[in-house]
Design a protein around this ligand. Structure first.
Ligand code: MLT
Length: 313
């Protein structure tokens, strides 16, 4: 009824700053967005829904939300939001495109180094009471070729950080200006060249119909034997079954993986392999990134509910 505070449905855990920014003129409700049976009825009178990557705001969810004005993604990727269906319904979609780029790039570097030196396996062995120095023979990063697949905001930050290791940087990105890559000290190559030349490969692409399955069995067969692969972008860009097979055969030496085709995932074929370092989609999970993402989208929600146009950042 008129005069009632608009309902903001928080469907995933967000930074505490979100509540401060939303203020007192909205009614805050919480739901577990991954639980469809809870989410759909909770959307019935929501004016805004705030999510991270675990909540699917698809056509069905939108249809269950007749009062919805804004979908707020506290992060970057919009692969879990049907933006076209939202637009058709006049529902605004906002995200925070730079909030977690540093955190994502740092996590990719962490996975790369952890995979190169098998840190989690060595840690687990030692905690298990075994002092095994000869089992864990790593490789150096310095002097090697690092291939960056996707030289967008995160790919660039990753490349800049890896440059400190004195590596040769190559990248595949059909959209970047060659001048920009040269400025960054990165040589642009085709995907095939990148696969053939790299000692380390890190993926930094959004999930779209074009990028799903980009690195599958055929591509893994082209890599240098023993290559180390990192994916902190999206699951499905590197085919998990094909990667597991390549890790088993030794074609891929090690992998650092943060994202999975299905999430949450507790039974990826990668989890049983010794030469993998795996994390549960933690690329954006830092205090700083969550604070930035939460604050930015909470402000957009407030403005959207006030009827003003939204600042994009
Ligand atoms: C993103 O696209 O921003 C990430 O998936 C971050 C998140 O986990 O929310």
């Amino acid at each position: 009824e008129p005069g009632t505070a608009p309902v903001v449905l928080i469907a995933e855990e967000l930074a505490p700053s979100v509540l401060e920014v939303l203020g007192t003129e909205v009614e805050i409700r919480h739901v577990d967005g991954a639980d469809r049976d809870a989410l759909l009825p909770a959307l019935a009178d929501a004016a805004a829904v705030m999510i991270r990557s675990a909540t699917q705001i698809d056509a069905e969810a939108l249809a269950a939300a007749p009062a919805l004005k804004v979908v707020a993604r506290a992060g970057i990727g919009l692969d879990n939001v049907d933006v076209a269906a939202a637009t058709e319904r006049g529902v605004m979609v906002v995200n925070a495109p730079t909030s977690n780029i540093v955190s994502a790039a740092e996590h990719a570097v962490a996975l790369l180094l952890a995979a190169a030196r098998q840190i989690p396996a060595a840690d687990a062995t030692l905690r298990g009471g075994q002092w095994k120095r000869s089992t864990f023979m790593g490789v150096e990063v310095t002097g090697k070729t690092v291939g960056v697949v996707g030289l967008g905001r995160i790919g660039v930050l990753f490349a800049q950080r890896m440059a400190a290791f004195d590596v040769t940087l190559i990248a595949y990105d059909p959209y970047i200006q060659p001048g920009r890559a040269a400025q960054l000290g990165v040589r642009l190559v085709s995907l095939q060249e990148l696969l053939r030349e790299s000692d380390f490969i890190s993926i930094h692409l959004p999930k779209t119909p074009e990028t799903v399955g980009l690195v599958g069995a055929e591509q893994l067969a082209m890599t240098k034997k023993g290559v180390i692969i990192v994916n902190a972008a999206r699951g499905g860009l590197v085919d998990e079954a094909a990667l597991a097979e390549a890790l088993r055969s030794g074609q891929v030496g090690a992998a650092g993986i943060d994202v999975y085709a299905e999430e949450p995932s507790t039974d990826s074929p990668l989890f049983g392999l010794p030469n993998t370092v795996v994390t549960p989609h933690l690329g954006a999970s830092t205090a700083e990134a969550q604070d930035k993402a939460g604050t930015a989208v909470a402000l957009s929600v407030r403005l959207a509910l006030q009827g003003s146009s939204c600042p994009m950042r």
